[in-house]
Design a protein around this ligand. Sequence first.
Ligand SMILES: [Zn+2]
Length: 249
Amino acid sequence: MAGSSRVTAFTGAGISTESGIPDFRSPSGVWTRYDPRDFTFDRYVDSAEVRASSWAMRREFFALAVEPNAAHRALARIEESGRGGAVVTQNIDGLHQAAGSTHVVEIHGTARTVMCIGHAPRRGAPAGCGFTAPYTWAFAQVDAGVADPPCPECGGLVKSATVSFGQLLFPGVVEEALALAAGSDRVVAVGSSLQVYPAADVPVAAVRHGARLAIVNDEPTPLDRIADVVVRGRAGDVLPAAVEAALTA
Ligand SMILES: [Zn+2]
């Protein structure tokens, strides 16, 4: 990173588990108490019960009161230093922004916002009126006794602005991430198994355009063989020192 002004970070669940956010795939994760099959886009559209259960799950998520960790802050420092530092993330928790990153592309959306998805959207495609609000808006509705709060503007369904199972990615987001990748000369992939596509296309696209790739993860990934540097470890242990060394080199 030391000689670069076009560093891009790509992050996955691993960077957030270090802040105490349960990995949805871990045995002790939130999915042991909520059935993942209930959280498909179609089930959400079809069932008021699923929507109410979904708000309860979101509330549990935000009750964790998690904070960004040293790895999030290290990535924000890259941006502050003027070396690029855009972040493409698979996470929905907003911790990069909380750490100070301003250029964040959220491939799977964000849990910090809710949005109207329309009255009966089909084929995994939200079809709302454009209403959005902070997640606290929905929690206030639920507290006031509205278990399944409707859109205040059109009466449609409201859902967190995340990409659920069976839901199409938001238009333009992957394109934006791939354009960032193509314009980078260094990519550091952090805390991602690099197995979920199209998200994992981002580091691949960067390498194809000539970028050097570093991977920081606590287990092997399928992209290790195309990486220039692989560091096996926790992001919060590895990144602060690595970024500090790069910025003072
Ligand atoms: Zn609406």
